[in-house]
Design a protein around this ligand. Structure first.
Ligand code: GLC
Length: 788
């Protein structure tokens, strides 16, 4: 069953049936102000930090889905009938009204045709501004004049989400509203200076600032009393629940169109008036939208491909890049799953996100890398989840609030946790991310820049990297394998004083990457030490972790190996077997068998399972994974994030057919016609897909903000298509299905526009890597024939 299609020329996903099984969301905003919006215009807006600077309210996991939102209602004044431009919240009969949602790159358009009126509402956040534009057009497609009213509506939130959800003593009495000159101002009175506004470029005939006056008691957003009656009540109040509701009447002659713009933003009445004046010239609205499109076009141009796999083209040319960029901007903190309580940066997630889109967003990746360098302790471990502002000397530290009920800015020292709360993998991801940043940008001078450590002192970037590797070298258990600590990449495998195969493989990878960097950056004298470190890791891994047919996952504190042939549950694990190969540690038969085990035990039609068979009995020596239902999340679901690791592993071994089969199984675009099973958006990777041990096998959950986005993009572009930046040039090293005749790509690398043409006349899966120096790239055209 399908609900929509990809419009590749517009780079949009078009939903033509709005009754999709779950909310299909999009992200507006490319800087710090953002909105998460569903295909039914439900969602919320925030600026900077969605935990402490929420603008509009959202009732997560609610019934009905995604309420409230950023809604526009239309009322036919001849008979009192009314509807919303998005299908919800009014929810007209779909046999009488037709709706379309177009999710594009940082904008969404809702369209509706009902009773001869065509209406559209385009939402976007202009670059460089802290406001959201609602660009509304109404057209009379009928033959008679129409007398209509138009209403824009949003519900304001108290700015601190915890208070908004739990402490009505504060939220309801410390915020208020006023109206003047066509602007509604919502005052978060408790936080002096924090205001939000809702305004329009037309002069409103009616307004409401109090939610319950607009909606009406025992009414909902589906039938607000203000729209039902056709008149608003000019409500304002100091205290109570605030909203923005503005209305106007209009007459549309047959064939006539009219345009109306609403603006929702950060700032007080004056700020609202300024934006109202600015956007009253619709050419400024168009200009702002064009700027947004140019911003995205520049990103999209960094890599465009044309391959025999059209779904791969759709994902890599647009959607996968878009999702990865969204992750590097909004991290994990704003979605319909994370609704404001989990802000700050997760160390490992951020390090991985920043590795994957350096080509399209070097400045944001650099910013994230610096934040992580400052979140590293002097002993070499990263703070698992931290607020980067706390460690940024350029961010002014606010004075403690007078009220004891508002969280003051934490003292940096209170955020530095000890070893007990350290995840063993966190900082290891940063080393290859920095290497990748330098390979893409060529900026070796970055290594000499100095940054503070979270617990005091400072060092160069290179020194930070050394400390990370030394930390893991020290933190090993009896067998010489890295300790599991609180968790490794898998939050739910909690080996504590036991040992993690995954972390030792990551340590090997990071050390190997670092050695490559030392060689290029004039630090050859340090190579010997790290080469010894690498050899020691390899020796321990091969001695302790090979099980005969695959690599084990770890060793518990009491010395029990997990992920062995003798295990009935959790026999084979994806993380250790993919990373044995990705890291370059495993070779020959062990490498091949590890990938074969992934294929034999973990692969399924919806992707690769994280482990199998899933656990059915709680076992705290292994961890929380054993307390999750079978086939869900880390317990034997198809956890998307590590899937691309298996693509990299297969590609490294030259198994192009297998890499593509793995790729295709998880590819969202390929599931566009199977929504009755997948349920979630077919244009983003989801955190996980229910595994075969669950009755809902194939159902995808938690879209958008997941490490799978970056990794899918990185693995497919760098290892399947094999287009990899190197310190002094570009490597072309594809590993593709034997049936492919080749492919083409346009890549921007260090300011050069390069056209790459790969041919595969001998129908092999992998040839010899070809290196092009910067001089060779000057020509702009690269022809690579795959050969052994
Ligand atoms: C979630 C976390 C990520 C972790 C993964 C596996 O996606 O954000 O940090 O690695 O789960 O547990």
């Amino acid at each position: 069953m399908r609900y929509g299609h990809f419009d590749n020329s517009m780079k949009e996903y078009v939903i033509d049936r709005p009754d999709v099984p779950v909310s299909w969301t999009n992200y507006l905003g490319t800087e710090d102000t953002g909105t998460v919006i569903s295909h039914n215009a439900g969602g919320y807006m925030f600026s900077g930090d969605p935990e402490t600077h929420r603008i509009t309210r959202f009732r997560p996991n609610g019934v009905p889905l995604d309420r409230p939102g950023h809604y526009v209602y239309i009322r036919d004044n001849s008979d009192g009938d009314y509807w919303s431009i998005s299908w919800q919240p009014v929810g007209k009969d779909l046999t009488k009204a037709s709706y379309r949602t177009r999710h594009g790159l940082s904008y969404s358009v809702f369209e509706c045709d009902y009773k001869g009126i065509h209406a559209s509402q385009k939402l976007f956040i202009p670059r460089g501004r802290k406001c959201e534009i609602w660009d509304v057009i109404l057209r009379n497609d009928g033959t008679s004049e129409r007398r209509l009213s138009l209403f824009g509506y949003c519900e304001f939130s108290f700015n601190i989400i915890e208070i908004d959800n739990q402490n009505f003593q504060m939220s309801m009495y410390c915020s208020g509203s006023r109206y003047a000159d066509g602007v509604i101002e919502c005052d978060n009175f408790y936080n002096p200076g924090m205001f939000h506004y809702f305004t329009s470029t037309f002069e409103p005939e009616g307004f409401d600032c109090v939610r319950d006056s607009f909606i009406g008691v025992y009414h909902t957003e589906s039938n607000p009393i203000g729209v039902e009656k056709g008149v608003l009540s000019s409500s304002t109040e100091l205290g109570n629940n605030q909203c923005g509701a503005l209305s106007t009447g209009l007459v549309l002659a047959p064939g006539e169109s009219k345009r109306f713009v609403f603006i929702l933003g950060v700032g007080d009445l004056m700020a609202g008036k300024e934006e109202k004046a600015y956007f009253s010239s619709t050419s400024n609205v168009d200009k702002a939208f064009d700027e947004l499109c140019s911003y995205w076009n520049a990103k999209i141009e960094t890599l465009q491909i044309k391959t025999p796999n059209s779904d791969m083209d759709i994902m890599l040319n647009t959607w996968n890049l878009y999702q990865s960029e969204t992750n590097v901007v909004f991290s994990r903190f704003a979605s319909f799953i994370e609704v404001g309580g989990r802000t700050g940066l997760g160390y490992r997630d951020t390090a991985q996100d920043a590795m994957c889109v350096v080509a399209s967003n070097p400045s944001q990746c650099r910013k994230r890398i610096i934040q992580l360098l400052r979140g590293l302790t002097s002993s070499g471990y990263g703070l698992h989840l931290f607020s980067p502002e706390v460690f940024d000397p350029d961010v002014p530290k606010t004075e403690p609030f007078k009220s004891p009920t508002v969280k003051p800015m934490p003292e940096p020292s209170s955020m530095v946790h000890g070893l007990k709360d350290t995840c063993s993998d966190d900082a290891l991801w940063l080393v290859p991310s920095i290497c990748e940043f330098i390979r893409e940008t060529g900026d070796l001078s970055f290594l000499d820049q100095r940054f503070g450590y979270a617990d005091g002192g400072e060092g160069t970037v290179l020194e930070h990297m050394e400390r990370i590797l030394e930390f893991s070298a020290r933190q090993v258990g009896k067998s010489g394998i890295c300790l599991g600590l609180r968790a490794d990449w898998n939050d739910c495998i909690n080996l504590g004083g036991g040992e993690s195969a995954l972390v030792s493989f990551l340590h090997y990878w990071a050390t190997d990457e670092f050695i490559g960097l030392l060689a290029k950056s004039g630090h050859a004298d340090r190579i010997g030490h790290f080469t010894e470190m690498k050899a020691k890791i390899k020796e321990a891994c091969e001695r302790e972790l090979w099980d005969g047919e695959w690599y084990i996952r770890g060793i518990t504190k009491s010395g029990r190996k997990i992920g062995t042939a003798a295990d009935e549950e959790g026999k084979v694990h994806l993380e250790s077997n993919s990373w044995a190969v990705c890291s370059g540690l495993a070779d020959g038969e062990h490498a091949r068998k590890a990938v074969e085990a992934i294929d034999k035990y973990l692969y399924g039609e919806w992707g690769i399972h994280l482990n199998a068979p899933s656990y059915s009995k709680p076992d705290d020596e292994i961890g929380f994974v054993t307390r999750v239902y079978r086939g869900i999340k880390e317990n034997g679901a198809i956890f998307s994030h590590p899937n691309p690791w298996a693509w990299v592993a297969a590609a490294k071994l030259g198994m192009g057919d297998l890499a593509m089969r793995f790729y295709n199984s998880l590819c969202p675009a390929r599931q566009n016609d199977r929504i009755e099973v997948r349920q979630s958006e077919p244009y983003t990777y989801c955190q996980f897909v229910m595994g075969r041990d669950h009755s809902a096998y194939g159902r995808a959950r938690h879209p958008w903000l997941t490490g799978s986005a970056g990794w899918a993009y990185f693995a497919a572009t760098h290892y399947i298509l094999g287009i990899r930046p190197d310190y002094d040039g570009l490597v072309i090293d594809p590993c593709i299905p034997a049936s492919w005749d080749g492919f083409e790509a346009d890549r921007v690398f260090r300011g050069r526009k390069i056209h790459i043409r790969v041919t595969n006349p001998h129908h092999i899966q992998k040839g010899r890597p070809v290196f092009f120096s910067l001089d060779e790239l000057e020509g702009g055209n690269l022809n690579v024939e795959m050969k052994n």
